[in-house]
Design a protein. Structure first.
Length: 251
């Protein structure tokens, strides 16, 4: 491994590669060349897309979390190709998502998570996490148009969450970080209970990005109960990676 330049940069690049190597049966060898004159400073609040562009421009491998390199299942691509050939799909669609899609989401909730109260009218299809964040933040803003919104966010947090808070709410917000210190990255329930009545929105990510921390079922129920008891506070739970978690009764 020949790495030149700042030692912190070398460690941050090589450690993930070491983990990658340990988890693969074949022996893998990496050679990374970093010029001492190369600018390795990321902008504040850099997102995974920023990191990808940054690495690509410098000939470095992008290890940004969330960069999917494997293709979708072939069967799914075949279905998508068949649907794309239909004459009646190339027009404006239901802005909340097609009815059969929303009904399927409800079925998944019932069969896999035991969620019996949700109806298709409760579901809105969005374009990724950013679309869901923008829709939710816009709704909360519309309900409280003249307020400086107080938003609690578990820290460490996903940079795109902070980016969209800044983008949608601008200066008319106050972000309150709720520390989740390592190694467990667990929030303090008493602190959440203390803060919730003062918040307009509580934003959580489960499984957590960037820590990978998975909230136990009792922890999620506790947070839901706390927010339910706080009339002014909404809960926004980003569960984008939920299907990547092994089935476990406690999670």
């Amino acid at each position: 491994r020949r790495v030149h330049g700042d030692i912190n940069t070398a460690v941050s690049v090589l450690q993930p590669l070491q983990c990658f190597k340990k988890n693969h049966r074949r022996s893998t060898r990496f050679f990374i060349h970093v010029s001492p004159k190369m600018d390795l400073n990321l902008p504040p609040n850099a997102t995974m897309r920023d990191i990808h562009d940054f690495c690509t421009a410098r000939g470095l491998p992008s290890l940004a979390q969330g960069m999917i390199e494997l293709p979708p299942p072939k069967k799914l691509r075949e279905i998508a190709a068949e649907v794309a050939l239909r004459d009646n799909v190339h027009t404006y669609r239901n802005r909340f998502g097609e009815k059969d899609f929303r009904e399927a989401v409800v079925r998944i909730g019932r069969e896999e998570y035991g969620e019996m109260d949700t109806t298709p009218e409760c579901i809105m299809a969005v374009q990724g996490v950013s679309g869901g964040l923008i829709a939710t933040l816009s709704l909360v803003r519309s309900l409280k148009p003249d307020s400086v919104l107080r938003v609690g966010i578990f820290e460490p947090f996903y940079t795109y969450h902070k980016f969209q808070l800044d983008r949608v709410l601008g200066e008319r917000k106050e972000v309150i970080p709720i520390p989740c210190p390592g190694p467990s990255f667990s929030p303090d329930p008493s602190l959440v209970e203390k803060l919730a009545p003062t918040l307009d929105l509580l934003l959580m990510c489960n499984p957590s990005n960037p820590t990978g921390r998975i909230f136990r079922e009792d922890e999620v129920k506790k947070i839901v109960d706390i927010v339910s008891a706080s009339p002014s506070c909404y809960l926004l739970s980003d569960e984008c990676y939920s299907d990547m978690v092994c089935v476990c009764a406690t999670q």
